[in-house]
Design a protein around this ligand. Sequence first.
Ligand SMILES: [Fe+2]
Ligand SMILES: [Fe+2]
Length: 214
Amino acid sequence: MKARIPGTPKQSDDERLLTDPELPAMDKNVANVLAELRQDHRNMSLMLNLLEVESNRLFDGDDTDFELLYDIMHYMTVYPDVVHHPKEDRIYAELKAVRPDLSAGFDRITVDHRHIAELGVRLRDDVASVNSGGVVPRKSVVADTLRYVNTLRGHIQWEELDLFRRIEEMIAGGHEFFEVATFLQTPDPVFGPEVEANFVRLFESVKERLVEED
Ligand SMILES: [Fe+2]
Ligand SMILES: [Fe+2]
């Protein structure tokens, strides 16, 4: 990515996309973006199931895989919070601009995204503290994990059963493409085309767990 020359005005995302050939632009087809968001939800739900299993083990006093807990929360704070939720904010903004009639109750969304990010960072930091020998009460890790899992599950369900259907209605009404591109295509570091070095351990654990479940 090119460095910005000090003193030059900061470019908007749209301008950067037009002028920086190294940046992949987002897909302007709304249905494609919606399909990506749904795939993200499936991956996130898998992570939430694993979190729940580990927190139940912790509650029962069984061996708990804190490295896995950390890896999952690291992933949640760098992909869903940084890529998935802003992408949704963008798609909802499109709906609000094009179909205000379908946008009732939208004010809660960005608040929800912020709340989920805060809960996620707190849990990630708790688990990091346990892993580095800190004293964090088992009860509070269990409670924070369950709060995070339930909050995010409820949020995903709201989107799948309500908000995404409104987006589909917008598409069916003839608005199939985003007006402007204002976010970048950032691949998923675990489930995307390439597993990022930081997430190889998580990727292997997920694969192992899925094989065990079969
Ligand atoms: Fe969301
Ligand atoms: Fe979502």
